[in-house]
Design a protein around this ligand. Structure first.
Ligand code: SAH
Length: 237
């Protein structure tokens, strides 16, 4: 990674008040290099520059780290090339991270990254949320994070079944978050959860506003959820 982007990354970590920023910036820069190298071979992220990877992907992923730091474990649903889960796992080495995606190839990529970065707290899993959520991971995570996967009404059905009672879904969102929350209020209730709040998050060096919607799990989710994907998409809760 170019020196200027490395410096930007380090400054970003410092600005986010992340501990031991030098060693983490080092690992995240290597992740950035692997992303750039792989993106050339198969398209993981679309057209991106190194600067985009640092700001729009890595620092954006870390903007919500304070909502994850006290968890024992979290799951990232639809992690893709590893966002937001992989940067969070690098910066929170004592938290167990499960990164799930429906696409096998993306999970293979993440396994390779974990090997090269020496990450021991990451469990990459290939599978669809609405299937995995009926297995042994159901209601087993303190936190679920997700970014750019679906509107909040559908996302809630994918994600909330994984969350323990008392735990939270932390959904990374843009400025449409307020509309999405209104539209999803009914889904939260049906899934045993309620809106805890919306927070504006700071993404160093990014123009434009970023938010997290925090949805708190209050009681177990009815075992009929999540439904099959066709139903989730056709008739969101
Ligand atoms: N979160 C990443 C990727 C977003 S793209 C980021 O912010 O960059 C959406 C990803 O979600 C894709 O990789 C897709 O395979 C995955 N996905 C979509 N629906 C899913 C589902 N129901 N279960 C698991 N993964 C899903």
């Amino acid at each position: 990674m170019e020196q200027s982007n490395k410096e930007l990354l380090l400054k970003g970590l410092v600005s986010l008040e992340i501990e031991f920023p030098e060693e983490k910036a080092e690992k995240l820069a290597l992740y950035g290099d692997i992303l750039m190298e792989t993106n050339g071979k198969f398209n993981l992220l679309g057209k991106v520059t190194e600067n985009d990877i640092v700001v729009k992907h890595i620092l954006d992923s870390l903007s919500g780290w304070k909502y994850v730091k006290d968890a024992k474990c979290f799951i990232d649903i639809g992690t893709g090339a590893g966002f937001p889960g992989l940067p969070l796992a690098v910066c929170l080495p004592d938290v167990k991270a499960t990164l799930a995606d429906a696409t096998e190839k993306k999970i293979e990529f993440i396994k390779g990254v974990c090997g090269r970065l020496g990450l021991e707290n990451v469990n990459p899993i290939a599978g669809r949320a609405e299937e995995l959520a009926h297995g042994k991971m159901r209601e087993s995570f303190d936190i679920c994070v997700s970014r750019a996967v679906a509107g909040l009404n559908k996302l809630s059905e994918y994600c909330l079944p994984f969350v323990k009672c008392g735990g939270m879904l932390v959904a990374y969102k843009g400025p449409l978050v307020y509309d999405e929350v209104k539209e999803a209020e009914h889904a939260f209730g049906m899934l045993g959860a309620r809106l805890e709040g919306i927070s504006i998050v700071n993404v160093p060096f990014l123009e434009g506003e970023r938010y997290v919607a925090k949805i708190k799990k209050q009681k177990p989710t009815n075992p009929i959820y999540p439904r099959k994907n066709a139903q989730i998409v056709k008739k969101p809760l």
